[in-house]
Ligand binder design. Structure first.
Ligand code: SF4
Ligand code: SF4
Ligand code: SF4
Length: 308
C-alpha cells in the first residue's frame, strides 16, 4: 500500500462519538464505587492540557469522577501504575482500574506472576474500537489494526459497546510475515540496524508493566552484565536480555514501541517472540492468569530440543 492510500485510510477512522457511551459508563461506575466506599481510588484517564490528548489519572473523590474520559487518545496501559505501586495496593484497599482489552492481558499476566490479586481490584473494562498511535498523533495504532480483544474478558463490567469496525490493513502483521520470510542472517542484520539507533533511554523499560524488577540486571555494574553506553554490542545485548525476559510474558500492549523515541519496532520483536512461544509450547500470554510461563518452568520430560 502506498503512503497516500494508508494515510486516507487511517486519518479519521476512529469516530470519537463512539467513545461517549464508554465515558458516561466509566464516570457513573467510578462515582458509585467511590461514593459507596467500595474502592479507595479509580485509575483512569482524564483530558490532557492540549486538545484531543489524554493523561492517566487517579481519582479518589466521587465528585471528580466527572474528570474521567475514554477517547482514542487513551493510549496508556494503566496496569503499569499497579505494578510500580504494587506494595501500596493492598494498604490502600481495593482499587478500580479502567482497562482496555490489551491492558486486561497485562493484568492477567501480572496476577499469574503474583504481582496483583484479583480481589484487590475492581476492573472497569472498556469496549474499545482502537486508540491513536500516540498522544496527538491521529493515525490508528498498529496493534489496534489487528486487535482480537476489543471487548475485554474477565472485567467486573464492560463500559460501552464496540461499534461496527472498518477493515484495516494489518501493517504490523505484514511486516512480521516479511521478517519471518528472511534467513537468520538477514534477520540479524535487520535487528542490528534497528538496535543501532537505540540511545539507551530505557523508556521502553519504564513503561512496561512487566519490567518490575527492583534492580534491572542491565543496571548492575559489579560485575557489569550489559554495557550501559549506547554502542552496538551493548545495544544488542540489552535488546536480547529484554526480549528473553519478556518472552511468554509480554501482553502485546505495544507501549514500549510507543514510548521509544528512536522509532524502533519493538512490538514486532515482541510478536516474533510470542509466535515462537506459541509454536514451541502452545503458550499465549495474558489470556488467563497462569502461574508460570514456559520459560519460568522446568519439566523433567522436556525434550530439550532447544539445546543445539
Ligand atoms: S489493541 Fe484493541 S483493546 Fe487495545 S487499544 Fe487497540 S483496539 Fe483497544
Ligand atoms: S514488552 Fe512492550 S508490549 Fe510487552 S507488555 Fe511490555 S510494554 Fe507492553
Ligand atoms: S525506548 Fe527505544 S531508544 Fe530508549 S532504550 Fe528502549 S529501544 Fe532504546
Amino acid at each position: 500500500m502506498n503512503e497516500t492510500a494508508q494515510k486516507s485510510e487511517t486519518s479519521d477512522v476512529i469516530d470519537p462519538a463512539a467513545y461517549a457511551s464508554a465515558t458516561a459508563a466509566i464516570r457513573a461506575e467510578a462515582k458509585r464505587l467511590l461514593a459507596e466506599g467500595l474502592v479507595t481510588a479509580v485509575i483512569g484517564y482524564k483530558a490532557g492540557r492540549r486538545s484531543g490528548t489524554a493523561l492517566p489519572t487517579i481519582v479518589t473523590d466521587p465528585a471528580r469522577a466527572e474528570d474521567l474520559i475514554f477517547t482514542p487518545a487513551c493510549v496508556n496501559n494503566l496496569a503499569l501504575y499497579l505494578t510500580k505501586a504494587k506494595k501500596d495496593v493492598a494498604k490502600k484497599g481495593k482499587v478500580a482500574i479502567v482497562a482496555k482489552g490489551c491492558d486486561m492481558r497485562a493484568l492477567a499476566g501480572l496476577m499469574g506472576e503474583s504481582q496483583l490479586k484479583r480481589e484487590d481490584l475492581f476492573i472497569i473494562g472498556v469496549a474499545c474500537a482502537g486508540v491513536h498511535a500516540g498522544n496527538g498523533e491521529r493515525s490508528v495504532a498498529r496493534k489496534c489494526r489487528e486487535c482480537a480483544v476489543h471487548t475485554p474478558a474477565g472485567a467486573d463490567l464492560v463500559a460501552g459497546t464496540v461499534p461496527v469496525m472498518p477493515e484495516l490493513t494489518p501493517v504490523e502483521g505484514q511486516e512480521l510475515a516479511r521478517l519471518e520470510a528472511m534467513t537468520a542472517g538477514e534477520r540479524w542484520a535487520f535487528w542490528k540496524e534497528q538496535f543501532s539507533r537505540c540511545v539507551k533511554c530505557y523508556a521502553c523499560r519504564s513503561i512496561c508493566p512487566f519490567c518490575y524488577c527492583e534492580q534491572c540486571l542491565c543496571d548492575r555494574n559489579r560485575p557489569q552484565a550489559v554495557e550501559s553506553a549506547p554502542r552496538p554490542a551493548g545495544n544488542m545485548a540489552w535488546h536480547i536480555v529484554r526480549a528473553m525476559h519478556l518472552a511468554g510474558r509480554c501482553a502485546g500492549c505495544a507501549e514500549c514501541e510507543r514510548a521509544c523515541p528512536m522509532d524502533i519496532p519493538l512490538n514486532l520483536l515482541n510478536r516474533k517472540m510470542a509466535n515462537e512461544l506459541k509454536e514451541l509450547y502452545g503458550h499465549e500470554a495474558g489470556l488467563e492468569a497462569k502461574e508460570k510461563g514456559p520459560l519460568a518452568e522446568y519439566r523433567e520430560d522436556d525434550d530439550q530440543s532447544f539445546i543445539k
